[in-house]
Design a protein around this ligand. Structure first.
Ligand code: THG
Length: 292
């Protein structure tokens, strides 16, 4: 199963035997007061900087989310998307809960990158959300992230999450959306609140992999929320979910890329370690230049 994403200039292929595809999460005001304030003021300079910085450290796809209290997403999301598309060449992931903003962003994407293919973040098993989003996925020929949650919330077992995915797949099938355009997110919750949280996510990932073979993303950093040395937990968890089938995580790329390149190497997805070694050399050179 190969998922293709396309900007005007670049094609990214997500597949089980391929190296991890990094979706950069940093264009998102959640937890970032300065970015939220800038967005409310209509100032998109931070968005431009974060786009450049994330691609520089190896992001393959950029998530674009401008959702904050006081932001008119219908007007601002297309503006931010245009800025990102004019600043960097990588494909984009359009991240919004607002269906009108989503439609406006998809329409702009089609204008700026005819024949392109963005990723939508996201649909889930809620009836209203499937009704809103899946027809847009079809109309615009986009790919879409399917969250393993529905009107009842996030199921507390792996099997429960797989069951939600099954229902989204049925609806997507009925609309004629190709299976490879679905990317599943089994959802990570913090082990700080529930010691079993990561195990449930891993169960769900293995279940989806076995039943459907889908490509999978994950906002993996949630797993460590509220705990000390979050990075250490995130690295361990990312290696586990990579093994289980997550191959396009949504992450802070600068913080986790080395750990996932190591996981790819160990999983036989980096022949002769070329990607791992090249990334290491680039970081060493930059560290030297920063010193001199
Ligand atoms: N699944 C999918 N999409 C997602 C998520 C997911 N999108 C949003 C989120 N989860 C992933 N993106 C972020 C964005 C920001 C932060 C975490 C995940 C974040 N912000 C810091 C904070 O809250 O403290 C700010 C720290 C900083 O400035 O670096 O952590 O799960 N499909």
């Amino acid at each position: 199963m190969e998922t293709v994403l396309k900007s005007a200039a670049k094609t990214v292929v997500i597949g089980a035997d391929k190296p991890t595809v990094f979706i950069g999460e940093r264009i998102n005001p959640t937890g970032k007061k300065k970015l939220a304030a800038a967005l409310v003021a209509g100032d998109l300079e931070v968005v431009r900087k974060e786009a450049l910085a994330q691609v520089e450290v190896g992001a393959d796809v950029l998530d674009v989310n401008v959702g904050a209290a006081g932001v008119d997403e219908v007007s601002l999301l297309p503006q931010a998307l245009q800025l990102v598309m004019e600043t960097v060449e990588v494909p984009v992931c359009i991240d919004t809960a607002n269906v009108n903003a989503l439609r406006a962003a998809l329409s702009l994407h089609r204008e700026l990158a005819p024949g392109g293919k963005p990723l939508i973040n996201s649909v889930n098993g809620e009836e209203a959300r499937m009704d809103d989003v899946l027809p847009l996925v079809k109309e615009y020929g986009a790919a879409v992230i399917c969250l393993a949650m529905d009107d009842e919330g996030i199921p507390c077992t792996g099997e429960g999450r797989v069951a939600v995915v099954r229902r989204i797949v049925e609806r997507a099938d009925a609309l004629g959306i190709p299976r490879e355009d679905l990317i599943v997110d089994c959802l990570a919750l913090t082990v700080g609140a529930d010691p079993n949280a990561a195990v449930v996510t891993l169960d769900a990932i293995r279940g989806v992999k076995e039943e459907f073979g889908f490509n999978m993303t994950l906002g993996a950093s949630n797993v460590s929320f509220g705990l000390p040395e979050r990075e250490v937990i995130n690295w361990a968890f990312l290696a586990m979910v990579a093994m289980a089938g997550v191959n396009c995580p949504i992450v802070d790329v600068a913080k986790v890329r080395p750990a996932l390149l190591a996981a790819d190497l160990l999983l036989g997805r980096d022949s002769f370690g070329m990607r791992y070694i090249t990334a290491y050399k680039k970081r060493m050179k930059e560290a030297q230049q920063a010193q001199s």
